[in-house]
Design a protein around this ligand. Sequence first.
Ligand SMILES: Cc1cc2nc3c(=O)[nH]c(=O)nc-3n(C[C@H](O)[C@H](O)[C@H](O)COP(=O)(O)OP(=O)(O)OC[C@H]3O[C@@H](n4cnc5c(N)ncnc54)[C@H](O)[C@@H]3O)c2cc1C
Length: 322
Amino acid sequence: MTTHDVIIIGASLAGSACARELERSGIDAVAFERDRFPRAKVCGGFLSPGGVECLARLGVLGDVRAAGAVDVASARVRMDSVEVRIPFERVGLGISRRCLDQIVASGIHISQQCAVTQVDRIDNGFRVKGPGFEATCSVLVDAAGKLGRFTRRRPAHEFGIQYTEAGTRGSVLDFWFFEDGYGGAVSIEGGRSNHCFLINKDKLPKYLNRPECLVTGPLAYDPLPGDYIAVGDAAGMLDPFCGEGMRHALDTGMLAAKIVAKGIRAGTAYEEMRREYEWEHNRRWSRKRAIGAGMREALRHRKLFRTGLRLAPVRWLNRIWD
Ligand SMILES: Cc1cc2nc3c(=O)[nH]c(=O)nc-3n(C[C@H](O)[C@H](O)[C@H](O)COP(=O)(O)OP(=O)(O)OC[C@H]3O[C@@H](n4cnc5c(N)ncnc54)[C@H](O)[C@@H]3O)c2cc1C
């Protein structure tokens, strides 16, 4: 059995960002991760300009660029006969999750291939268990993603699929809305492009014929009240067409680390840290969540959505990405 100030469940973007920031603050933190890096993950592979800034704050942007991340300077969005070009005010990056997650997770205290199966409250903290390991801590952070078992979310009807292809899309993010869902393609490292789509659950089978196609789901946007400090998708997903999910994961991981490090030094109770984190999380992210939900609703009315797409896409993006 080991003892730590902080245990983080999951060491993808949110968990690793949190662990990295805690280590920088001199706090003893460990992240338990079910998988072993590098590993593939279903994702659009497009990091928004705000996400790029998060990587800079974490001190890993240089490594990500050196690994071959591609600058993305505009989007080409299509729905039926409408096609619009949207130049970005600041560049985003195209990169695979196989590559990005490994970089963000490198050089910090992570126990890989350790799936947490049980969390118990004990005096002054938590006991965490999995096959072959057990540890205690005073602060627990849930970074186990949208399918994590420790914080509840309301499941949606969509699933995500992804595959990569040889050849790039240059500096353009291609994005399509179609009858069964939406998604797009972006250049990533190694002269390849990443293709990723959100598909309505009922229509999923007809999209699974590619042998290398990965699937994830169901997606889950709406968080339900929980017991733990939850970061990234564990706290509820942002709609992927906002392109801000990775930024949300990195930003909330760092935010939790800041509040927890301060709380540990001051002897603050866990519940108080959790309240402070949730308040600040809502302040930063509830408007974007509402925009995502509004756009999802607008998508049900294709004619209206097409008109909006023709008239105001740059304004939409700036509101989402500011
Ligand atoms: C189809 C699709 C397309 C997307 N496209 C984009 C995009 O282009 N741009 C963008 O910014 N965002 C995109 N997103 C969103 C983005 O992928 C997520 O927001 C991001 O991965 C969240 O990171 P996270 O660290 O919170 O969770 P995750 O990346 O899901 O990581 C959770 C981690 O926890 C681990 N874990 C789970 N349970 C346990 C356990 N019990 N014990 C130990 N470890 C555990 C998992 O192995 C995993 O590594 C997309 C999402 C989907 C579904």
